[in-house]
Design a binder for this molecule. Structure first.
Ligand code: ASP
Length: 325
């Protein structure tokens, strides 16, 4: 047994021109979340509790795209999604279309523990949340001024640099001559907001867990569901590893990215680092996504094929690192 390990992410797909100040702000938040996770692990909290705790913190801070600060739908509302998975018994819970639950990751955990199902969405998920006494807030609570501005830009013309997150030259405006560099399912898209959050943990008993939470993509269609709540795509944990992904959901879904890491460990006998490298190289379309992972033997790894990924990790032997590029 290699001791505990933890990794967090705040999204893949960072603009190379991201201002220094914003990079530092993101690193401070990731470090704070790692510290929260580390002290929980030192107090012997099981991995599943630690991932929930850390993702709740990220959801509550408006900096990244989850909980408060979530990306907005085409209608200017917030529809959040989250999932959580406990490795030892492969128990899991997921939610989508959440508009009023303060911490979607905790609702995912309630689905896992207090419902006979694995995945609840939209009104049914929120009725369940109310019955379970989950903390509810108005949809406005999640909406930040910054994101209202981004949505406005996204809806106006596409020949705009969409803030530091999104280097977009668009096509949709009448007469626009340039081609959008961003495509999804082969179609040009106007705006893409990364900064989904996730956490993976192996505790000192060797139990792995993973959780992911997001507002999805800025200007997304109402009802769009990404990879983050999909077990095996955005999130996966088993007796070998825990994985949380981020990036273009549509690409992650078609590569069942999180599960692939576990699959190549299981079927090809790769260690965690080899498994992460393998799936990033061979299963993922270029420039689309990234992931963080831990193994039950205490390894921690991350991989991405985007310009950057907000991330941090720490292990029991005192190693700690946060990075963007
Ligand atoms: N994967 C998320 C989604 O497509 C976005 C992200 O990771 O930033 O909803």
């Amino acid at each position: 047994m290699g001791g505990w390990a933890i990794a967090v992410h705040g999204g893949a797909g960072v603009d190379p021109n991201l201002p220094q100040e914003r990079q530092e702000e993101a690193k401070r938040l990731l470090s704070r979340c790692l510290e929260i996770g580390i002290s929980a692990l030192r107090s012997n909290l099981p991995a599943i509790d630690v991932v929930e705790l850390v993702v709740r913190e990220l959801e509550t801070d408006p900096l990244f795209n989850s909980g408060r600060g979530s990306a907005l739908t085409e209608n200017g509302t917030v529809e959040m999604e989250a999932s959580i998975m406990d490795g030892p018994k492969r128990r899991c819970g997921a939610v989508s279309g959440i508009t009023r639950v303060k911490n979607p990751v905790s609702l995912a955990r309630l689905v896992m523990e207090k419902s006979p199902h694995s995945y609840l969405a939209f009104s049914g998920a929120e009725e369940f949340a109310m019955k379970q006494g989950a903390e509810m807030v108005d949809n406005e609570y999640f909406i930040t001024e910054e994101n209202v501005g981004m949505l406005k830009l996204a809806k106006e013309a596409n020949s705009i640099l969409f803030d530091y997150r999104i280097p977009t030259i668009g096509t949709c405006g009448a007469g626009a001559a340039m081609e959008s560099p961003l495509q999804m399912n082969g179609l040009p898209i106007s705006v893409y907001a990364p900064e989904t959050v996730g956490c993976v943990v192996v505790d000192k008993e060797g139990r792995c867990a993973a959780a992911t939470s997001t507002g999805g993509l800025m200007n997304k269609m109402m009802g769009r569901i990404g990879d983050s709540p999909l077990i095996g795509s955005g999130t996966y944990a088993c007796n070998l590893c825990g994985v949380s992904c981020t990036g273009e959901g549509e690409a992650i879904i078609r590569s069942t990215l999180a599960r692939e890491v576990a699959a190549v460990m299981e079927y090809k006998g790769l260690n965690l680092h080899e498994a992460v490298d393998y799936v990033i190289k061979h299963r993922l379309d270029e420039g689309k996504a990234g992931l963080i992972a831990v193994s039950s033997t205490g390894e921690v790894a991350c991989g991405f094929n985007t310009t950057g990924m907000f991330r941090g990790c720490a292990t029991e032997d005192g190693f700690m690192e946060v990075g963007v590029w």
